[in-house]
Design a protein around this ligand. Structure first.
Ligand SMILES: [Ca+2]
Length: 325
């Protein structure tokens, strides 16, 4: 009597396409709409590209500054968006107190996909406006009560935020009524951006939106263009059905399933011990192959939860007929 043990093993390789291990992004030149691009990236890599720091932006630039390609940023039209302060992105100790001084019937951006940002009026009331509109800017330095009005030009909220961050600390954060009164006194007939905004844009892989690189007056439109493309190093919102090249990130993943049949002479063999020993042996052999990239290997459990099924055959002829070699 002989036992024929059927194993199924998954060899899943996570191999870098590039010889450089620091490579993170991969351009896929075959044009696809945003959804198809996302599916392909999730299948073969990790996801569509997320850009969460300056290093990512530099890597994107290296892919081709004049190229246009999809990124993973999209406008979420379903979520109940929360308001937050610009400085919260930079400093987690700056907690939102929840103080608001909205004007009557404000905010009224509603369930519009667009980003909305907040302006303060000379009477101290607030209104929401699309972030690509232009206004003077209220920046603070160090202490939130140390506020400066920058009114030499009119800025989009993003440009205003960058200006505040480069010369001051950030856009103004208003924690309470006394601070609001103080800030409104320096406005004098002008209205100006403060740091409160509502972000409806999300990264496909769930990363926090910590950095955006919108071109001037972007994102824009009527809410039908809720996917983001990088063009000339800056971002623009476009209709998701547009076929474009795209950028995936992560490791190139190739998965292979190999069926393993083991013939043993003793039917009462300890299956767990056998499968563990075999896996160890396979790992050693894979390691000796010097495959470029990271390779993992594991058993795949079958529907009944077992890794393998045992078949007992009485003679060699029957084994042949069952394909047990
Ligand atoms: Ca409004």
């Amino acid at each position: 009597m002989r036992a024929c043990v059927l194993f199924v093993v998954i060899i899943s390789g996570s191999c870098f396409l590039s010889p450089s291990l620091s490579e993170k992004f991969f351009v896929i030149k075959n044009a696809a709409n945003w959804n198809d691009a996302q599916n392909h990236c999730r299948e073969k890599y990790t996801d569509l590209a997320s850009v969460t720091n300056m290093e990512d932006l530099k890597l994107l630039h290296q892919l081709g500054p004049s190229q246009i390609f999809w990124l993973g940023l999209y406008g979420d039209t379903k979520e109940e968006w929360k308001w937050k302060w610009s400085v919260e992105e930079q400093d987690s100790s700056m907690v939102d107190t929840g103080y608001r001084n909205w004007d009557v019937d404000e905010p009224n951006g509603g369930q519009n996909y667009n980003r909305f940002c907040t302006i303060m009026f000379p009477d101290g009331t607030w209104q929401d406006e699309p972030c690509d509109w232009v206004n003077p800017v209220l920046c603070y330095k160090g202490d939130p009560s140390n506020v400066t009005l920058v009114a030499d030009k009119y800025y989009t909220w993003n440009y205003g935020r960058d200006l505040c961050r480069s010369t001051y600390t950030d856009l103004a954060i208003v924690k309470d009524q006394p601070t609001n009164d103080l800030i409104s006194q320096i406005l004098i007939y002008k209205r100006a951006w403060i740091g409160l905004y509502r972000e409806s844009w999300k990264w496909s892989d769930g990363s926090n939106v910590t950095l955006t690189n919108w071109a001037h007056h972007q994102p824009s439109g009527d809410g039908t263009a809720i996917c983001t493309a990088s063009f000339n190093d800056e971002w623009m919102n476009m209709n998701c059905h547009t076929p474009l090249s795209y950028v995936c990130y992560g490791d190139y993943i190739e998965q292979k399933v190999v069926k393993v049949v083991v013939r043993v002479s003793e039917p009462s063999v300890d299956m767990i011990k056998l499968q563990d020993g075999l896996l160890e042996e396979l790992r050693k052999r894979m390691a000796n192959l010097n495959i470029d990239g990271m390779v993992t290997i594991r058993w795949r459990k079958q529907l009944d939860g077992n890794v393998f099924h045992k078949k007992i055959h009485n003679n060699a002829r029957e084994e042949e007929e069952h394909g047990c070699r």
